[in-house]
Design a protein around this ligand. Structure first.
Ligand code: GLC
Length: 752
């Protein structure tokens, strides 16, 4: 090790205590500046370069670049011994000894897997999301990971899009609250703690609006919609101190996010004063040429650097081109210094200069009881009861002598983990079949038939026999849905029915005449219109993670009550997409008495005789299940909606209260939701917007008064001039258990 020129941590006191110096800058800022002054141009460029270092052992290929300070971060290497060796080379064999950021997609768990984020959103419980991220950080850090590329907070309204699985659904507020909770869970209160990893707000921005629901597709989002819908969760994450942002692959109104200075300079740095750093998405800098924005890699690197990308993920366009771009005065070295400072600051905040190496023994074992308990709690709270005719659920073991369990996802230890689980351990999984077998012991008999080799199988030849066999049971549990590979990145579907011959299986099982309960696992809302009348109950489980089976069994048998609410609408058919609750009213809003069904049109009807409002002849205008919907094993009533005033001055607040009562004979948890509409404004506003929600547990017969406060934050929106603020006028509010709540009140916002 060449110590006489090595910049030692001790020499510059690179430790983390933030003692202000003469210019009131804290030590790490001084340390960063001191370090940058010592760096050559090539070493600076090295800090802006993230390369794929796994899963193979890439030490042989990258050790020279590590020694020459040409790599600032590695991604996808999760063998802790290899990570430590790569880190050792960077720290002890390079001139300046700058440690590496070690990145990995820890999207909804590491070895212990939580429900997919769309499922976590269905809990409407930020606490469990935070807890899940906290355990994911502990497990990831044990293998050397110190940076994750999550939360994904792209507002997603298109169930065809595979990546809706990674989002928190269609609403800006729910994405904001859950995204912030995940950031807090990953980063904790001190990122230098060994329980913390740096988080990433992604994909900035508007990725969820990909045209046609195809991944990586074009997005055209008017600025007012971009600000009022898609940017809100990112603003919340920035305000919550998320360590990094990742730009989207997408072309936004003709300028791909990776080179979009409006997003990265005007909004992120200018309006939000964001102090973290921006990483590209995988190879997204090079893809600027495919988009048709640039002619070649060098121009792409230039465009991305000038627009505001700090670190290049795995395209090497920064590594190979920035030196020439600086020498040609197309990119200033000063601008590179700012990028390097953003990266080094995070390395200090993570404590990597003081503790670059990881001792796995300092961490709990993977799959600890606490981690599994958190995963189970998250899974229970993610389950949404969509249908429960005649209260067929919960099942009572005493009333069963034989239960049939049928379907390709009853015993799916891997598939129940969902998408983006590079490191998930299926050996930790508890499948539904396993959990129900355990519960049935000594109580009732089980008959299990997988029925299909995969969810995509079109072979229905065994169905008749399976149906016959099921006739000997008291009830049938059908485990249906999508394999995990059918959702996630690049896995969009144009037809979102149950894949394969599953609908035929449902119809065959219907022939048994027995109660049929469908448990559906999927990474998106599926169109269920073709089976909804063939089953007595539907429990929607998303991909529920490691403990999904145990959670499903507990809810099916009433040990736990379902409390999940939909974070995204379920269309009747794919042709309705986009269909979301917070839509605009249009000039001709549809109403129940104005629409007509295609089958009811009289022959030879005159041309102008139908509806003349905004709906589909063959689907109407409402989804099959709306945002915020979910049943319980009990019933909740809402009454006594009151406001502290029906006139509110700008700058004041108004309180809204409602009484919620458990009218049933079992305990339950309700998600009380507050929606609001700004009746007239300088730009048209959605017919409803979620402005608050609270989970409340109520014993049978128990009632509670739930209150919300409405202030400027709730009423403010980006107006026609794109400024954020309120406008006096009338507001309607609704409170209830879904976005179709009908308990209603009004108030007026006045200027004085
Ligand atoms: C992928 C994804 C991004 C992920 C990154 C690293 O292409 O778009 O979400 O974090 O590459 O795997």
């Amino acid at each position: 090790m060449n110590s006489e020129i090595k910049v030692s941590v001790a020499e510059h006191n690179f430790s983390m205590e933030h003692r202000p110096d003469a210019d009131n800058r804290n030590v790490s800022e001084v340390a960063v500046e001191t370090l940058i002054q010592r760096m050559t141009l090539r070493e600076k460029i090295g800090q802006l370069n993230q390369i794929n270092a796994g899963p193979h052992n890439a030490i042989a290929q990258i050790s020279d670049d590590l020694r020459n300070g040409r790599i600032g971060s590695i991604i996808n290497q999760v063998d802790v011994n290899i990570v430590n060796e790569m880190q050792r080379i960077a720290v002890e064999e390079s001139r300046l000894g700058i440690p590496l950021l070690v990145g990995r997609d820890v999207i909804h768990g590491y070895k212990t897997v939580m429900p997919i984020p769309l499922g976590q959103a269905a809990s409407w419980n930020p606490d469990i999301v935070r807890e899940g991220a906290h355990w994911s950080a502990k497990e990831a850090r044990k293998q050397g990971v110190n940076w994750t590329f999550a939360p994904m907070i792209d507002v997603s309204r298109d169930a065809r899009w595979g990546r809706i699985a990674e989002s928190f659904g269609e609403d800006p507020l729910l994405n904001s609250v859950m995204g912030v909770a995940m950031v807090e869970g990953f980063q904790g209160s001190d990122m230098s703690s060994k329980d913390s990893i740096a988080a990433t707000a992604k994909h900035f921005a508007g990725y969820g609006a990909s045209e046609g629901g195809r991944d990586y597709s074009t997005t055209n989002i008017p600025e007012n919609e971009l600000r009022n819908i898609y940017l809100r969760p990112f603003k919340a994450a920035a305000e919550a101190g998320v360590a990094t942002f990742m730009v989207s692959f997408g072309d936004i109104d003709g300028v791909p996010a990776t080179a979009n200075s409006f997003l990265m300079q005007d909004v992120l740095r200018g309006e939000w004063d964001y102090q973290g750093f921006v990483v590209s998405d995988w190879d997204s800098i090079r893809q600027l040429t495919a988009h048709g924005l640039t002619e070649n890699d060098k121009d792409a690197a230039c465009a991305a650097a000038i627009a505001g990308v700090d670190m290049d993920m795995e395209s090497r366009t920064f590594l190979y081109n920035l030196e020439a771009l600086v020498n040609e005065d197309r990119v200033s070295e000063q601008s590179l210094d700012a990028k390097v400072a953003n990266v080094l600051k995070l390395k200090f905040e993570l404590g990597l200069f003081d503790n670059p190496y990881v001792n796995p023994d300092d961490f709990p074992e993977f799959g600890s009881d606490e981690a599994l308990q958190t995963a189970k709690q998250a899974a229970v709270q993610s389950l949404v009861l969509l249908k429960n005719d005649n209260d067929i659920l919960p099942l009572s073991p005493d009333a069963l002598s034989k239960l049939s369990i049928i379907g390709p996802l009853a015993d799916a230890a891997e598939d129940q983990l969902g998408t983006w689980i590079f490191d998930g351990d299926p050996n930790l999984s508890v499948s539904s079949l396993q959990a129900i077998k355990h519960l049935a012991e000594g109580q009732f008999d089980l008959h299990y038939d997988r029925a299909m080799p995969s969810t995509r199988s079109r072979d229905s030849s065994a169905f008749e026999g399976i149906s016959e066999a099921a006739k000997g049971s008291d009830a049938v549990l059908l485990f249906l849905g999508e394999e995990a590979i059918l959702s996630g990145e690049a896995h969009s579907r144009a037809d979102i029915n149950l894949p394969g011959a599953q609908a035929d299986l449902v119809k065959a099982i219907r022939q048994t005449g027995k109660p049929v309960i469908a448990v559906i696992q999927a990474g998106r809302p599926l169109t269920l219109s073709n089976i909804i009348d063939e089953v007595d109950a539907i429990l929607y489980a998303w991909h529920p993670g490691t403990m999904g089976g145990a959670a499903i069994a507990d809810v099916l048998f009433g040990r736990k009550a379902p409390s999940g609410k939909l974070p995204v609408a379920f269309p009747k058919m794919v042709g309705q997409i986009p269909i979301h609750y917070n839509h605009k009213n249009t000039g001709r809003p549809a109403t129940p008495d104005e629409i007509i069904h295609i089958d009811d049109i009289e022959i030879g009807a005159p041309q102008t005789s139908l509806g003349m409002t905004s709906f589909h002849l063959d689907a109407g205008y409402r989804p099959l299940f709306p945002f915020g919907f979910g049943l319980s094993y009990t019933q909740f009533s809402y009454s006594d909606l009151s406001m502290t005033s029906d006139k509110v001055r700008v700058g004041d607040t108004v309180s809204v209260s409602v009484t919620v009562k458990n009218e049933g004979d079992v305990a339950g948890t309700e998600v009380v939701q507050l929606y609001m509409r700004d009746i007239a404004a300088s730009v048209t506003r959605p017919v409803r917007e979620l402005k608050g929600f609270q989970r409340v547990h109520l014993e049978p017969g128990e009632a509670q008064i739930i209150s919300f406060v409405i202030g400027e934050d709730e009423m403010a929106f980006y107006r026609r001039d794109m400024t954020l603020g309120v406008e006096p006028g009338r507001f309607h509010i609704w409170v209830g258990g879904s976005s179709e709540a009908d308990l209603h009140a009004e108030f007026e916002l006045t200027q004085e």
